[in-house]
Write a protein that binds this ligand. Structure first.
Ligand code: 13P
Ligand code: SF4
Length: 344
């Protein structure tokens, strides 16, 4: 239990015996992946964040790419982009802190305009979200009149406001097929769009955005990894290039990969995605061996425990979306949520 504290003074960040005792059960959760010598650095922040969060009626939503001490020790809701959007909309808390990137915080604000949504570092962007603007979408509409436009949630509110519906990596195929159109524009991730095209008869028009983390993986890397490891199971995120997906045993969202490990219990697995993902899944499934080539997302890694504490102490940085833009963007996100959960 983390006692409430007097908020007129800054949190004490000493690793006192009381903090050590209060956080010991949390350390047990992450002991497999967080070295013991690091715990005295994290524990005072974890204790302060958990006390303040309760005091303020705040919740922390954490994406699967957050570091294990954030994901396992201060987050209230964890998951992929789809579940963070769903659960963020359901929470009764007044304040949402997004331990993720800016488009995720914007999506939470779009769905809960009455709530205060904070991002601990406003510079936590995304190369996909930055690859396209609302003006680009308007030009696409002129070029392809009548063709429905699906935007990956990894886009700004401005882009969401211009499109017909959103999708995530977990439901992209279903969303595209729900439109009943022979041709669909799927933006901004070229590789996700190519993956969708490989799974549907709908003709897909793509944009040229890429995830700077997943585009660095290559098919050659996967073939080398498999050499001498007959039983290696390769799970890849659909933001990876096609030659990587062709080498994978399973392609899915971050939650899809985690579920795959839970359902199939592979002896040895590699997750072709962001590095923290393997740490967080390894904690859940200690019997599985994780092979670790991975790439770091510099945007996700901008979120740290000290910045989460600072966000709660100062109520910064608040994410705002202009009401009319939020209204139009909300329609796109809500249409996606109405499509239903993907099949397991
Ligand atoms: P998921 O929706 O699969 O969690 O992916 C989000 C993301 O940013 C992947 O790079
Ligand atoms: Fe964006 Fe890629 Fe980072 Fe995900 S991993 S937030 S898609 S840059």
């Amino acid at each position: 239990m983390f006692p409430a504290r007097d908020r007129s003074s800054p949190a004490s960040l000493e690793y006192s015996p009381a903090v050590a005792r209060a956080t010991a059960p949390l350390y047990e959760r992450v002991a497999r992946v967080v070295p013991e010598m690091e715990w005295p650095i994290h524990a005072p922040y974890i204790a302060a964040i958990n006390a303040l969060k309760r005091d303020l009626n705040a919740v922390i939503l954490a994406h699967n790419y957050q570091t294990p001490e954030i994901f396992n020790c201060v987050a209230d809701v964890v998951g992929d982009s789809l579940s963070l959007a769903r659960e963020g909309a359901k929470t009764s808390a007044k304040i949402i802190v997004m331990a993720g990137v800016h488009f995720m915080a914007e999506t939470a604000k779009i769905l809960s305009p009455e709530k205060t949504v904070l991002i601990p570092d406003a510079r936590a962007g995304c190369s996909l979200a930055e690859s396209i603007t609302g003006a680009d979408v308007r030009l696409l509409r002129q070029r392809y009149p009548g063709v429905p436009i699906v935007a990956y949630v990894n886009t700004s509110a401005e882009v969401k406001a211009e499109v017909d519906i959103c999708c995530t990596s977990a439901n992209a195929v279903q969303v595209v097929e729900s439109l009943g159109a022979p041709e669909v524009i799927c933006l901004p991730d070229e590789y996700l769009a190519q993956y969708v095209a490989s799974r549907t008869k709908v003709k897909i028009i793509t944009w040229h955005g890429h995830c700077e983390v997943h585009e660095r993986f290559t098919g050659e890397q996967i073939r080398l990894l498999r050499q001498g490891q007959d039983n290696l199971v390769v799970l890849a995120h659909p933001e990876c290039p096609q030659d990587v997906l062709a080498e994978a045993d399973f392609v899915g969202s971050t939650a899809g990969m985690s579920d795959y490990v839970g359902i199939h219990s592979p002896k040895r697995v590699v997750l072709i995605t962001e590095c923290s993902m393997s740490d967080n899944v390894a904690i859940q499934y200690p019997e599985v061996e994780f092979v670790r080539p991975c790439n770091l997302c510099p945007h996700m890694k901008r979120i740290t425990l000290p910045k989460i504490l600072h966000a709660l102490e100062t109520m910064t940085t608040e994410v705002m979306v202009a009401p009319e833009m939020a209204r139009r963007a909300r329609l796109s996100v809500e249409r996606m949520l109405a499509v239903g959960l993907p099949r397991a």
